[in-house]
Design a protein around this ligand. Structure first.
Ligand SMILES: Nc1ncnc2c1ncn2[C@@H]1O[C@H](COP(=O)(O)OP(=O)(O)O)[C@@H](O)[C@H]1O
Ligand SMILES: CC(=O)N[C@@H](CCC(=O)OP(=O)(O)O)C(=O)O
Length: 261
């Protein structure tokens, strides 16, 4: 790390929580209470979310084809319109409502708002309307957190020309965590972490993850999670976890930290 995180902010801890579309619809008030307690104890929260299943339903209803490649949705011109309207219009608003009901002050955002996530095409030929993040407006996030409001980010980016681009939710979570110098990243999904040959792993290292991915034990939607986790860990974010709705799962640690477990 070139710049100490304490340079960005003082004693307050910062946590980025990503709620996967796979688990979002089943979360209850007790789950959100955990976050309320964290916030009350002085932790600054940023919530990001996906919405893969909701997008799939809407695409199917409109007869639009799509498929994924390395856990990333290949998004054509018809699909990006559905992604944009579903994530921002439905999933984000519903989540903000749930947080508000749980007593957490929350504001819904997407890449267009205050130039929150400026993107370029990742690789238009391969992925279509999918974005790679160029810049994140961290001042906006800090201003909101500074007054106790939780930013709730939908994974839609905006190009400088104003084109919406789809971004994988796990990628948004890890890039936001990196941009704000978070102390921890929590990816909440529909499985209790990384499962290898029917066993959930309490601990994983980048080396093990590379092996498991090569062997095909890690595939599909788990790929962007482990990639984002490794990026964060390498950049010095001390705690990265992939968990289920019970908040139990896999902690990803640098190999050199293994001995302390
Ligand atoms: N090794 C693995 N351990 C656990 N889940 C895995 C693994 N490899 C692939 N997966 C898949 O990843 C899914 C979670 O990713 P995804 O469906 O994209 O969830 P989310 O909507 O939370 O991002 C799991 O439900 C599982 O099907
Ligand atoms: C580019 C890309 O893959 N975008 C994702 C965005 C939603 C998402 O990530 O949802 P989950 O968190 O439920 O997986 C998609 O279209 O499904």
């Amino acid at each position: 790390m070139t710049m100490s995180k304490s340079m960005h902010h003082t004693a307050r801890k910062r946590m980025v929580i990503k709620l996967g579309g796979s688990t979002l619809e089943g979360l209850n008030e007790a789950f959100f209470d955990n976050f309320k307690r964290l916030q009350e104890s002085g932790v600054e929260l940023i919530i990001t979310h996906g919405g893969g299943p909701a997008i799939n339903r809407e695409l199917a209803a409109q007869g639009i084809q799509s498929h994924t490649l390395n856990g990333i949705r290949v998004t054509n011109e018809a699909a990006i319109k559905v992604v944009q309207s579903t994530l921002i219009g439905q999933v984000n608003t519903a989540l903000v409502h749930e947080l508000t009901t749980a007593g957490i002050a929350a504001i819904g955002l997407n890449g267009f708002d205050g130039q929150l996530m400026v993107v370029d095409f990742l690789d238009q030929e391969t992925y279509g309307y999918v974005g790679a993040i160029k810049n994140i407006n961290t001042s906006l996030l800090e201003a909101l957190m500074g007054v106790g409001i939780v930013p709730v980010i939908a994974c839609v980016g905006a190009t400088e020309a104003g084109q919406a681009l789809n971004i994988n939710g796990d990628t948004v979570a890890s890039e936001v965590a990196l941009a704000v110098g978070a102390d921890s990243l929590l990816l909440v999904t529909d499985v209790s972490g990384i499962r290898i040959q029917d066993e959930y792993q309490a601990i994983a290292t980048p080396t093990l993850i590379d092996q498991w991915t090569e062997q095909g034990h890690i595939y599909g939607g788990m790929i962007p999670k482990v990639q984002g986790a490794i990026d964060c860990l390498r950049a010095g974010i001390p705690s990265v976890q992939i968990v289920g709705a019970t908040l139990i799962g896999t902690t990803i640690v640098a190999s050199s930290e293994l001995h302390s477990f």
